[in-house]
Each structure stands twice: as C-alpha cells, then as structure tokens.
Design a protein around this ligand. Structure first.
Ligand code: SF4
Length: 642
C-alpha cells in the first residue's frame, strides 16, 4: 500500500516519474497534514511558501484518500493546469487513476436554448472569426459544449454573450433543452467524479446558492481543498453582496420586448415596459458626475443625493409592476422568466436603497453610459461559517500568503474559521543568498509632490544595473500613468529596454512579452502584484513604489473604516495593516520563484522603516538580505547580470 512518506521519498513514485523531482521535507509535511485533515474531516489553513510544491502536497493525499474531493482554484489558468497536467501526472506516478471532472462556470458553455433563439431571429451580424453557420455546425457535433473548442470566439465578443446563459436568463428546468443542456451535463459529470476541479467563483456561486436549479456541487464531497485561498475573503464578500446595473435592466427590457413581440403581449405589459424605460432614464439623469469627469466614478452611499434615491425607488416600483404585467401574460416559459428577472432586479434595488448603515458598504458606480449599484456586507464570517458547518467535511485552505508574521488571525477571522488548525511552511529557497531587499535611505514622505520622481530616481539606476528585467509596481493607476509619462520624457532619452505599461495590452500578452524579451521593464498596478509567475532571469528586479495600503478615499474602504470605528474596532490594526501586509508579501513574492532565481526588491516607501507598524510589515516578508545602500544593490545586480 502506497503511503504519503513513500510517495515523497528519493526513490519513490514521484522521483521515478519526474526526472527533476527532489524530495522536500516541507512538502512531505504538508502532504501528511492534508491527509490527516481529510481523514479526520477537519479544517486546516496551510501557508506554504513559494517552492514548497504545495500542489503535489495536496493532490497526492487527495488521490490516496480514495474519497470525493473538490479542488478549487483562484484562476482558470491553475484550474486548467491541474486538470490537464498535474493531476494526470501525479495519478499515473502513484498508480491511482481517478475519475476527474473539470467544471467551469456557465459562461464557458454553449446555451442551446439561446443559440436557437438567435438562429431563429438571425439577428446577429458579423461574427468574430466565423459565422453563425460555423457555430451552428459546431453546436451540432460538440459533446461538451465547451466554448474553448471554438477558439475564434473571443472572451470579449458580443456573440459569446448571445449564445451563453447567465443565472438571470437561464430557464432552468422549464427549458425545452434541459435534457440536452451542456451546463446540466457538465454538472452531472462533476457529480459522478471522484475529483472535481472548479474555481472559486463557481464554488462560491454554489455555496451562495446563486446557481439554483443545478443541484449542490458540494453535496457529497468528503473534502474541499481551496488553493490560492488568500483571494477568498474578498470573493466571499462579493458573493454575499448584491449588485444591480443599468445594463441588466436594459437586457431585461430587450428580452421582454422580443418575447412580447413573439407571443403578442397586451397593452399593460407595453405600458409597464415603457415605465421601466422612463424610470431608468430618470435615474441616469439624476446621477451626479464627478467634477470634470465622464469616466467611471464610484460614490459611497452617503454622497448619494436624495433625488437619486427617489429615482431608484421609482425604478424599483416600475420593475415590480413589470413583473406583475409579464406574469399575467399566460405563463409562457421565456416570458415568465423575464417576469422573475424583473422581480429580482426590483428587490435588489430596493434592498440596496434601504439597507442599514451598519450592515454593508453601499456604492453606486457611474460609467458614462450607465451605473452599477452594489452592497457588500461588512462581516461575512457568520454566513461562511454556517456553510462550512452545514457541510461536515475537510476544509483545507492553502496559499503562499495567509498569515501576517506568523498570525493567521486576520484571514481566519474574516472567514469565520478561527478554530481551524494552522500550518506554516517556509519556502525552501535561500532568500538571504538569492536576493537583496533594498530600502532607499533618503526618500521623501509618500505624500510629498516630489515622491514619484524620487521613486524613479531610485528605480532607473537599478534598472540600468540589472539591464532591464524589472517590474515597477504602483499602488494607483494615476502614479503608474504619471511614471510612464516621466520615463518617456526623460532628458536622457527613452529607456534602452522594452517598456511595457499596464493598460496598453491585455495582462497575459504583456507577461508573454516580458518573458520573451528577457530585458523588459513592466509598469503595473494591483493585477501584477499577485498571481504572476515569472521564473528565471527575465525578472531580476522588483521596485515597489508605495506600501499597498488601500486608499482611504475609496468608498468601500471608507465605509469599512467607518463601520469598524462605529463598532469599537481599530480599523488600522484590524483591517488596513493586515491587508497591506498580505499585499506587500504578494508583491515581494514576485521576485524569487525558483532555486535559481536571484534579484533585488526595492521598497521605496520610507514608512517601512520610519513607522512602528513597519515591523509588522517586515515580519511578513521573506528573509532577504537587507541593504540601505543603492551601490550594494546595483553591484549585486551587475554581478548577477554579468
Ligand atoms: S437550461 Fe439554461 S443553460 Fe441549459 S440550454 Fe436551457 S437556458 Fe440554456
């Protein structure tokens, strides 16, 4: 019988299957703890530093357990990698074939009902890279309905939206295509599998019962393993929140008009549609514009004028009236569904509009054409906890960043899992030897007007010493744009290295170019602080502009701070500082991704040293050798670059 220790030994199955495999005690320790947690149905939080090999450390015990396990990832990339690469490899190595299913969100599967509706109308013109006939031919033969089989169909394309379903427009069991529905078939396959690979969005949609009508994915799971778990507190907050947008109302109106035209609706329904249209227009007119801006602007609820609240109430009432009018049209499935959507939207609007101050952060975001209302609860722990309690199985949360220092309290409290066991596994990398942490000695205060120029004054000589191969990470889009302008306008001329600026191309494309160029300089904000894995010499310098404290001007942050003050908490200690520590750890973690990597992290913000809380932040960072001398950092880079 194969056991954990045997799998991870020097002559064991993994070593025999993988020529590069080297046994790591930390990996074996994590695997043993995961196996124990699965066997005992316990909750476990594992922080596994980069290079631990945590994927194998949970896949092996999951396969050996012989139980039904759900594995959830933060990104589709990791989901695909587990399904097509890691799992088959581990299963073959340890001789434990399993029935594995990859389950994606409904937006990835063809909706047969909607395709038929589109085909009937012949309303779509100009398909990207293909034609309606092409999609129809594929639809006639596909077994899975997975749109990844039609690579011409881009993510952003309007066609994709027209032939996939949303929770709002799916007809569920009333659908004539239910028996042949690809979403239903994918979920059935998942229910029959031993190991199901999902992503957090899909899992949470299930948990938050936002995928009603498709059964409970977790119903019979013995263990749930959540990788990239540091993303969960924010994702859970989003899922337990509510959102309604002008676009949803517009889509509802368009669908209802089409259906009414098809079945021949009465005058009451037409009047109700016109009322919603008028009420929507009134909300748009009442939306205040931020000074001098026609772009996206998010407002906290306490900035919302009374006239807007009134207009939203009128819209909610009009949607309720539309619901009644559509429901009275004879019960035809598609029309009845529009009625339900109208009722739901009306309810959400009313809920956001009349929520209690201490319950949730409410915002309204204007994006030129329309608006989005959202409500995010302050405390999701009790609700998430009740979900866990209702599903007595092993819950394993793992990531490279779950703790602040050695304390898992912040993460555990936000999710209500404070009683879970914890395990912290340090990275096996030799950070002291592989990297330098450079803290510039004479930086101005981050609020000073000359601060950004001082950051570039530190960054550019280091980029020169490293001969490119650098990430410069900013905490705001404004600072990033200004820095890009300043670099372009340098008296010395343009940078002698390829300059990649976030926003000029999709993230994945920028990363591909960065890896391929080998000497590029990438300027990025939040989306490059985490989830980016550039191994090898392409990345040898990371410059961090400022400590990643969430802006207190952000309406959501502002509301959370006000709430913590109101309930007698300490917003800085309990919220802003731990969040910044986790984000900083992520940002610094971009540099050393393998035993061969080397480089310098420069954190330009002087508060890391000058303020008392800097200690908490420094305690969360890997044990890089620290220097305050730029020459030493430059020499390190020059030596390694040479
Ligand atoms: S059940 Fe929903 S997703 Fe499936 S075909 Fe019908 S409308 Fe589309």
């Amino acid at each position: 019988m194969t056991d954990i220790d045997e799998v991870f030994t020097a002559g064991g199955p993994l070593a025999r299957a993988l020529p590069d495999y080297s046994p790591r005690r930390a990996q074996r320790r994590m695997a043993t703890c995961v196996a124990d947690a699965i066997a005992a149905c316990r909750s476990l939080l594992v922080e596994a530093g980069t290079g631990t090999g945590k994927t194998f450390a949970y896949l092996v015990p999951a396969l050996l357990s012989g139980r039904r396990v759900i594995i959830s990832t933060g990104t589709r990339t990791l989901q695909d990698q587990l399904y097509s690469k890691d799992l088959p490899l581990v299963a073959a190595a340890i001789g434990r074939p399993a029935r594995v299913a990859l389950l994606k969100g409904r937006a990835n599967y063809l909706c047969r009902q909607r395709l038929f509706a589109v085909t009937a109308q012949r309303a779509l013109a100009g398909f990207e890279g293909g034609s309606l006939a092409h999609i129809e031919r594929w639809a006639a033969v596909t077994k899975t309905g997975d749109l990844a089989e039609v690579p011409e169909l881009t993510d952003a394309g309007s066609v994709r939206g027209a032939i996939t379903s949303t929770r709002e427009n799916c007809l569920g069991q009333r659908c004539a295509e239910w028996a042949r529905c690809h979403v239903v078939a994918a979920r059935r396959a998942a229910n029959d599998a031993d190991l199901v690979i999902v992503n957090h969005h899909l899992l949470l949609a299930d948990l938050a019962l936002k995928e009603d009508g498709f059964g409970d994915l977790l119903g019979t799971a013995d263990a749930v393993i959540l990788d990239e778990a540091h993303q969960l507190p924010d994702l859970v907050t989003q899922f337990f929140g509510v959102e309604a947008s002008s676009r949803q109302v517009e889509h509802l109106l368009a669908d209802a008009r089409t259906e009414l035209a098809r079945v021949g609706g009465d005058a009451t329904a037409s009047t109700a549609l016109a009322s919603v249209d008028a009420a929507l227009g009134q909300v748009r007119e009442t939306l205040p514009l931020r000074a001098g801006s026609h772009s996206v602007a998010r407002m906290a609820w306490d900035e919302v004028p009374v006239s807007l609240e009134t207009a939203l109430d009128v819209l909610a009432d009009a949607l309720e009236a539309l619901h009644s009018a559509l429901a009275a049209q004879g019960g035809e499935a598609a029309l009845a569904h529009c009625a339900t959507r109208a009722a739901r939207l009306g309810e959400v609007l009313a809920r956001v509009s009349h929520a209690r101050e201490d319950e949730a952060a409410r915002t309204i975001e204007r994006d030129g054409r329309g608006f989005t209302l959202s409500m995010l609860p302050f405390d999701v722990a009790p609700r998430f906890r009740s979900i866990i309690d209702a599903r007595p199985c092993a819950w394993i949360f793992t990531s490279a960043t779950l703790s602040v220092g050695e304390d898992f309290g912040h993460f555990a409290t936000r999710l209500g899992v404070a009683d879970a066991e914890t395990l912290q596994i340090d990275s096996p990398f030799d950070f002291e030897r592989q990297g330098l942490l450079y803290l510039p000695p004479a930086m101005p205060d981050p609020s000073a007007p000359e601060y950004l120029a001082a950051v570039l004054g530190e960054a550019l000589p280091l980029i020169e010493a490293a001969r490119g191969g650098a990430f410069v990470l900013f905490t705001s889009h404004r600072a990033l744009a200004r820095a890009a302008e300043m670099i372009a306008a340098r008296a010395e001329g343009p940078l002698p290295y390829p300059l990649l600026v976030q926003g000029t191309a999709p993230r994945e494309q920028l990363l591909r170019e960065f890896r391929a160029q080998g000497n590029a300089v990438l300027l990025g904000t939040a989306s490059f602080w985490e989830g980016v894995d550039v191994k090898g010499e392409a990345l040898r310098l990371v410059v961090i502009e400022k400590l990643p404290f969430a802006s207190p001007e952000d309406p959501l942050v502002k509301a959370r701070i006000a709430h913590l003050n109101a309930v007698g908490g300490n917003p800085f200690r309990d919220y802003q500082l731990p969040e910044a520590a986790l984000a900083l750890k992520q940002g610094v973690g971009r540099l050393i991704r393998s035993e061969e990597d080397f480089g310098v992290v420069a954190i330009c913000d002087p508060r890391l040293v000058s303020r008392g809380y800097g200690r908490v932040l420094r305690a969360s960072l890997p044990a890089l050798t620290v220097t305050r001398e730029r020459d030493e950092a430059s020499r390190f880079l020059t030596r390694r670059a040479a």
